[in-house]
Design a protein around this ligand. Structure first.
Ligand code: HMG
Ligand code: MG
Length: 303
């Protein structure tokens, strides 16, 4: 039987958080409904951060109140502190995520504290979430480079990932925030992490700025990772990492995984429809190569 790879769809959060134009809650829900219809089961739908820092995520409670609840879909949200966690619990999230970094400068710019302070803050978030029976995910940003500090040592990534793992994060998502990684740097970073954390607890979260994300996923698959984060149509970027482009496109990851003989539970043509929906809503072209290749031809066009 084909081996399952879990895809965590981060488009509604990572994909949309950086959009300059206002996106109403109905549009966010239209996207989420189409993702669910395509068979996506893990969706990062919200972010309970300060609306002054990330205005686009201000409607997160309303989004969570209206997401489709049938079909066993797991909805997660970013929660940087106890205030965010309380909002996520109230909104009915199934999972929450704390987010730290392997770079001091990025930690300061993104969450306004040092790595050490962030870890202390996360400890109480994780304990309180667990007391409410919520699964907690831990992100480490800048695992393959930082926009302010440049290259980041693999050992630094492993140290922060281990702290999150030991504090009780069920899954550690390794973020190439600025998409600078290559298969070689990905392998070196993963080698350091895999010395201290089993592969089944790690996820790859690769942005595609340099077009390397699919190659980095291939390298990660070879090293045993079976969870990948991706964003529909390749939307996104981080507001505190200038120039970083979106996550690897979910359509491309699904095409890759199915081609490599894995199952994802996702229907690719319906996923492409979800990508077209959000691209139409944002008046932009998809960043997914697969989405472009498989898009239905406009009426009256010959193949
Ligand atoms: P701070 O200013 O140090 O916080 O920000 P504070 O505790 O001093 O509070 C200041 C104000 O913020 C107060 O309001 C609080 O109520 C409010 P005021 O009294 O001034 O009116 N506040 C909040 N409001 C709503 N929800 C909250 C919350 N917390 C405080 N949870 C803070 C610290 C962490 C809040 C801030 O820095 C922040 O919100 N940062 C979020 C940045 C962010 O979301 N970045 C993008 C996501 S990370 C990412 O994209 C990377 C990732 O994809 C992986 C990768 O690619 O690498 C995950
Ligand atoms: Mg990201």
């Amino acid at each position: 039987m084909a081996e399952y790879v879990k895809i965590v769809e981060v488009g509604p959060r990572d994909g949309l958080q950086n959009e300059k134009q206002p996106i109403d809650v109905d549009t966010k829900l239209g996207l989420i409904e189409r993702l669910v219809a395509a068979g996506v089961t893990h969706i990062e739908a919200a972010s309970f951060v300060s609306p002054k820092w990330v205005p686009q995520m201000a409607g997160s409670s309303e989004v969570m109140a209206r997401v489709p609840r049938s079909g066993g879909v797991h909805y997660s949200a970013l929660t940087p502190n106890l205030q965010g966690l309380e909002a996520a619990i109230k909104a009915g999230c199934d999972e929450v995520a704390v987010f730290g970094a392997a770079s001091e400068s990025f930690s300061q710019r993104n969450i306004n504290c040092s790595i050490r302070e962030s870890v202390e803050r996360f400890r109480s978030v994780i304990e309180t979430a667990q007391a409410s029976h919520l699964r907690v995910r831990g992100y480490v940003s800048c695992v393959l480079g930082c926009p302010y500090e440049g290259p980041i040592a693999p050992q630094k990534v492993a140290d922060v990932a281990l702290l999150l793992h030991e504090m009780g994060c069920a899954e550690i998502s390794l973020g190439d925030t600025i998409g600078r990684g290559t298969p070689r740097s990905t392998r070196l970073m993963l080698e350091a992490c895999l010395k201290v954390i089993p592969a089944e607890r790690l996820a790859g979260h690769y942005h595609d700025t340099y077009g390397m994300a699919i190659a980095n996923i291939c390298a990660s698959l070879e090293m045993g990772l079976r969870v990948f984060d991706s964003s529909i149509a390749g939307l996104g970027g981080c507001p505190y990492a200038a120039g970083a482009s979106g996550n690897v496109a979910t359509e491309d990851v699904v095409y890759l995984l199915h081609g490599e003989g894995f199952t994802t539970g996702i229907d690719l043509p319906r996923l492409i429809e979800a990508g077209q929906f959000i691209c139409d809503a944002l008046s932009r072209d998809t960043s997914s190569r697969t989405g472009r290749a498989m898009a239905p031809l406009p009426p009256g066009t010959n193949a």
